[in-house]
Write a protein that binds this ligand. Sequence first.
Ligand code: FAD
Length: 262
Amino acid sequence: MKIVVCVKQVPDTSEVRIDPITGTMIREGVKSIINPDDLSGLEAALRIKDVYKAEVIALSMGPMQADNALRECLAMGVDQAILLSDRKFAGADTWATSLSLSKAIEKINPDLIIAGRQAIDGDTAQVGPQIAEHLNIPSVAYVNEIKVKDENSLVVKRMFEDGYQSILVKTPCLLTVLKEINSVRYMRVAKIYNSYKDGLVEVWDNEVLKLDPHELGLKGSPTKVKKSYTKGVKTAGKVFEVDSKEEAAKIIIDKMKENYIL
Ligand code: FAD
């Protein structure tokens, strides 16, 4: 089984700053991490690899600094890491991002694609299902458990607020996974050393993907950000001096009842 895991490098904060002129995200000066849902996606793929003979490929689209995220994936145990990076990809919205990712996935030809449910910066939860649409394969979102049934099918469990749904899905397919699906393993010390040797992350530009330049980056993005702002706090907060946790809990409950929240 060949598994591609889509990994996005995101700023280590949910407070995304937007350039007021271009409407695009400002990444400079912000520490980057692997999107938490994607780490769980990686772990899910590696657990399949632990039991079956699977090959796991981490795929990311982003600037060259996303190379760091992919080296972390190598240190966790993936077999191959591919970074889609080209100036032509810059400014891509979810449509252009998912198109470029799907073109790369088509070249890799995997049985299973795992994406995170949602990225903590863009927050749209669109990229996974859009990749499946571009590839014309089934997709299942909100996955919280993956079981390999046989060579060509999986049984996956979707988690909702009020219950679960079990689905039998044929491969090739795409799953978007929730952070709660597992606890992520640590990187292996020996692999950390190896992952920082040169040449382990393959970089693919549009010479490799061969997409029409009009379908890439800002040019290929139908979404336009008109305006973005941070909602201000409207009323001043009130401070209560309390002596115990119980007293604090009682005040909170009373206030919630007063405001018909409880
Ligand atoms: P979601 O759809 O929430 O992500 C779900 C999952 O998809 C992730 O967990 C991950 O598994 C996968 N995934 C998502 N993105 C990637 C990726 N890049 N590589 C691998 N897997 C991925 N962002 C910038 O950084 N720079 C820009 O210049 C920029 N310009 C933009 C311009 C416009 C007009 C718009 C609308 C957005 C722009 N963005 C830009 C944001 C960018 O479109 C999104 O960050 C990106 O498309 C992913 O969407 P999301 O963050 O909502 O991911």
